[in-house]
Design a protein around this ligand. Structure first.
Ligand code: 13P
Length: 291
């Protein structure tokens, strides 16, 4: 059964580790992330952007697929199905479809509107097994049509949104979606420290997990980051592995054109990448509870 991300994130703050959000794109992706998490005995958050949801025939299809997989794969670790960067309407749709966690990204709206809509969703999710992530300060880069200059979050705005009672807070600290440019100056730990001081034990979310050096990941976790989102890195290893399959001419073997054979190296590469991230984030063997 799907669980809200709240319990796993509160536990991560207390234990000083982070739970990975791995975005999913299709059945193979979902199976790979679930397999890796179950083998590592780690809680996990499956991220679904609106674009990926549309690609997979809508949030209802995704929720039904994931629920069925938890059952048939005998998944025993806590799993949250989470809307990534949702608009207000997408948040309502995902809740309706049975998602157990929602991100409302109002960071591109005027702050008062972000506050008002986040507040409404806090009330809507209160008392239900549903977690809510809010965002302050845009995350850099481009993802799913969301483009932002990667502003650094305002600490007072972070506190105001956190005080509404959201489950976790994404705050821009110089992080960028996608591959980091060579001249990227790194995470703004000074800002992260200020935010942490202002919001106390509120789990903080680090978007753009792809390509952040391990020492910066570890430092961010020590300063209150309890959820780290990874998408691009899984896409890259998947594509590299499938490309290699063709480059080695493996499609020319008898039945080498079978899509289950073609996609298998990509699947294996995601399993390995997710396991590597789980160890880096410190969430291995932290699945000792169910909500
Ligand atoms: P990356 O694609 O950079 O890993 O970021 C993922 C993300 O933040 C999803 O919200």
């Amino acid at each position: 059964m799907l669980v809200s991300a709240k319990g796993m994130l509160d536990k991560a703050v207390a234990g000083k580790y982070a739970v990975g959000q791995f975005n999913i794109n299709n059945l193979e992706w979902t199976k790979a992330v679930l397999t890796a998490s179950n083998e590592m005995n780690s809680p996990v958050i499956l991220g679904v952007s609106s674009g990926a949801g549309k690609y997979m025939c809508g949030f209802k299809t995704v929720a039904n697929m994931v629920n069925a997989m938890l059952d048939t794969m005998n998944i025993s670790v806590p799993v949250a199905l989470h809307l990534d960067h949702g608009t207000y309407d997408a948040a309502l749709d995902a809740i309706d479809a049975g998602f157990s966690s929602i991100m409302f990204d109002g960071s591109s709206l005027p702050f008062e509107e972000n506050l008002e809509k986040t507040k409404y969703l806090v009330n809507l999710t209160a008392g239900k097994s549903l977690s809510l992530e809010a965002e302050v300060g845009g995350i850099g880069g481009e993802e799913d049509g969301h483009t932002s200059m990667g502003e650094v979050a305002d600490v007072n705005e972070c506190k105001t949104i956190a005080d509404l009672g959201v489950s976790c807070l994404a705050a821009g600290i110089g992080n960028i979606h996608g591959v980091y440019p060579d001249n990227w100056p790194g995470l703004r730990f000074d800002v992260l420290e200020e935010i942490k001081k202002a919001v106390g034990d509120m789990p903080l979310v680090l978007h753009g997990g792809t390509g952040i050096p391990e020492d910066q990941i570890k430092k961010a976790i020590s300063l209150g980051v309890a959820k780290i989102n990874v998408n691009t890195e899984c896409q890259i290893v998947f594509t590299d592995a499938v490309r290699k399959y063709f480059e080695e001419g493996l499609d020319n073997r008898p039945k080498g054109f079978d899509p289950r054979k073609v996609l298998a190296p990509g699947y294996d590469a995601i399993v390995e990448k997710v396991k590597e991230k789980i160890v880096e984030f410190g969430s291995d063997n932290k699945a000792c509870y169910k909500e």
